[in-house]
Design a protein around this ligand. Structure first.
Ligand code: CA2
Length: 153
């Protein structure tokens, strides 16, 4: 069975513990359960990971590119947190690995501080889901599945 990789970056382990007005009340565990359920409905398994370390995210993206090329993975849903706005390294990893990535943000970053308006990842992403709260994750998995299926046919 093919899988979908769900990557969450820095501070997303704090979901549901603070700032519910911005990020909602669901914990990361709740979000991951939603991803497992969505993936199962599409005949996929979800591999959910979170890291506060840029290098670990880079390593996972590199490996995922190889897994996608081998046909084991349809791509990744990536909420890179604040690295979205700072990391040329993540941009280069997505491009260099060939990984199909849907960029997700729980909040509508464009309605927030100006420093959140620019993403280094968007030009490398296959799609973007922003501002749907944690429902953005199932939406991104569904969109990724459709893109991957279309690429096969
Ligand atoms: O809206 C999103 O999903 C973000 O990627 C979340 C990042 C933020 O830096 C991006 O600009 C937008 C922050 C994740 C931190 O999450 C927390 C959750 C609860 C309490 C504190 C932080």
């Amino acid at each position: 069975m093919a899988s979908v990789l769900i990557l969450n970056g820095p501070n997303l382990n704090l979901l549901g513990t603070r700032e519910p007005g911005i990020y909602g009340a669901q914990t990361l565990k709740d979000v991951e359960a939603l991803c497992h359920e969505t993936a199962a409905g599409l005949g996929l398994t979800a591999d959910c990971r979170q890291s506060n370390h840029e290098g670990e995210l880079l390593d996972w993206i590199h490996q995922a590119g190889a897994d996608q090329a081998a046909g084991h993975l349809i791509g990744a849903v990536l909420n890179a947190g604040a690295y979205t706005h700072t990391s040329i390294a993540l941009h280069d990893a997505i491009k260099g690995s060939g990984l199909r990535v849907i960029e997700v943000h729980i909040s509508n970053v464009h309605a927030r501080e100006p420093f959140r308006h620019h993403s280094y990842l968007s030009p490398a992403a296959a799609g973007i889901v922003v501002g749907f709260g944690t429902e953005g994750y199932p939406l991104a998995i569904q969109g990724l599945h459709r893109l991957a299926s279309a690429a096969q046919s």
